[in-house]
Design a protein around this ligand. Structure first.
Ligand SMILES: [Zn+2]
Length: 492
């Protein structure tokens, strides 16, 4: 009898235990899932009927692609390793045509089409290459234009180099871009900076420069962008007679090219963020800030702010220049203008890199990268409350070695926490691709995004741009028209 009672009690106990756990499991899981889904940036977007249809199509393509590529899933590997698996996918073709709003993070001398630079610009007469080993200022392979006979020792004309090597153009391409051999390259920033020096004299040669800006804008527009914010110091443009153009003259070139483009694309716009170098001295940074303030005073609608660029882990901290930033703020105020900051910060995996705290304390408008923000929970909260958006450059972060597998990119967490982010490419020319589709496609796949989140990222790019309210409203108008057209065409 005792045995029967014990058995019954055990049965009741086990059954109630399993019922409790089942109940707990269901309640706990569904409440956590639903809370997290509400927190996600983009969760508030209500899709139209056609958008719903497109969303179903995109999610199906995403599932099928993830299943079919398995362990070769491109975003989980170094970009160049499985790049050939991306272009032919239906999802890539769909996203290629997607209107992408604004590109808020791109550098002036790394935004153009690399093939045009090699196949056309480097064929302009009188282009020379530095062909002896690196010295302190010049890496091997640096390009520049000279009047024939005035080139310094160690420089050879590209015409002669092409005669000596029929494969010269491919060789030049390898000197100016990254490739699969840069996977886990510990000296990648060293190579990166050498590339900037190598192509500087090619791009900044006046006849090339004017065409380069036009081709860069055209390429970005062809990939679905309508507004671009460019980091540049506006320096170094020269001609064959030794004239060096002033920063204002360089800004005027941008304006003139944009006017030409607006004849066929009336909605197109751009802004400039003055970029100094974080490896420089305090005096250099102060002088850069003064140049930026003067240019902003004269061009308040075009020059929208200031940033420091270069390898963050190697350069000075943001705090190192704080007195210069305080001083610049007062100088600008006295002059009747201001100098907003758009800091590149958090492009680091080092826990003691606290630059993001300085950027926020200096009232940065946006943050370039913010990779290591995942370490700082209260700063995340503060950034969200203040409406500071992050300019996330997924492939740049992977190519330069900050994140190996894009599935693990911290910006996926930022989206899930409702921190506003936008997507950019940083230096597509050096990364050997055009436009922003590879970046969008990679995160669409790696973070398993849906159309609501893609739409939010694109709306964010206009919302957090440096455009005025009236410029934004014109920009939204164009974007919504293009978006509806794309949605309707994509579901045919
Ligand atoms: Zn950058």
């Amino acid at each position: 009898m005792k045995k029967i009672i014990l058995f019954v009690l055990l049965f009741v106990y086990c059954n109630s235990y399993s019922q409790d756990l089942r109940e707990y499991y269901n309640e706990n899981k569904s409440s956590n899932l639903s809370y997290d889904s509400i927190l996600k940036d983009g969760s508030d977007i209500i899709l139209s009927r056609n958008e719903e249809i497109l969303n179903e199509k995109l999610k199906r393509l995403q599932r099928e692609y993830i299943e079919s590529t398995g362990s070769n899933f491109p975003p989980a590997h170094y970009f160049y390793r499985y790049r050939n698996l991306i272009d032919s996918s239906e999802s890539y073709k769909l996203l290629k045509k997607m209107p992408k709003g604004a590109m808020l993070h791109i550098h002036s001398s790394a935004m153009g089409p690399i093939h045009w630079l090699i196949n056309t610009a480097s064929y302009y007469p009188d282009c020379y290459m530095y062909t002896i080993e690196d010295n302190e200022k010049l890496p091997y392979g640096t390009l520049n234009f000279y009047k024939p006979g005035t080139e310094p020792d160690g420089w050879k004309s590209l015409k002669n180099l092409r005669n000596e090597n029929p494969d010269f153009d491919n060789y030049l391409h390898s000197l100016l871009t990254f490739d699969v051999s840069d996977d886990r390259n510990p000296m990648i920033w060293n190579k990166f900076e050498k590339i900037f020096t190598r192509h500087g004299g090619l791009i900044q040669y006046y006849p090339v420069f004017v065409q380069y800006i036009k081709n860069s804008f055209d390429t970005l527009i062809a990939d679905g962008m309508q507004h671009i914010e460019i980091r540049t110091s506006l320096g170094g443009v020269y001609d064959i007679n030794g004239k060096v153009y002033t920063k204002q003259e360089v800004l005027d070139i941008y304006n003139k090219v944009a006017d030409t483009i607006r004849q066929s694309h009336p909605y197109f716009s751009f802004k400039i963020i003055y970029a100094g170098w974080r490896g420089g001295t305090r005096e250099y940074v102060m002088s850069s800030l003064n140049s930026a303030i003067d240019l902003r005073f004269d061009n308040p609608d075009k020059l929208v702010g200031f940033d420091l660029v270069g390898e963050e882990d190697l350069g000075h901290t943001t705090e190192y220049f704080k007195d210069e930033f305080f001083k610049a703020d007062s100088i600008a105020l006295e002059k009747g203008t201001n100098i907003p900051f758009y800091f590149h910060d958090g492009e680091s995996t080092i826990p003691s890199d606290l630059n993001l705290y300085d950027a926020v304390a200096l009232k940065t408008k946006r943050i370039g990268h913010g990779v290591n923000l995942f370490r700082f929970p209260s700063l995340q909260k503060n950034i969200k409350e203040k409406g500071i958006s992050l300019e996330v450059c997924p492939l740049s972060n992977q190519i330069l070695g900050y994140v190996e597998n894009l599935r693990m990119h911290p910006a996926s967490e930022y989206i899930n926490k409702g921190i506003p982010i936008t997507i950019s490419t940083d230096d597509p020319q050096i990364f050997d691709y055009n436009g922003m589709t590879y970046d969008f496609w990679s995160i669409f796949m790696a973070w398993e995004l849906d159309l609501k989140q893609l739409k939010r990222l694109i709306l964010n790019s206009i919302e957090y741009s440096a455009m005025s309210d009236s410029e934004k409203s014109t920009s939204y108008e164009h974007l919504f028209k293009e978006w509806d057209r794309w949605v309707n065409e994509s579901i045919q």
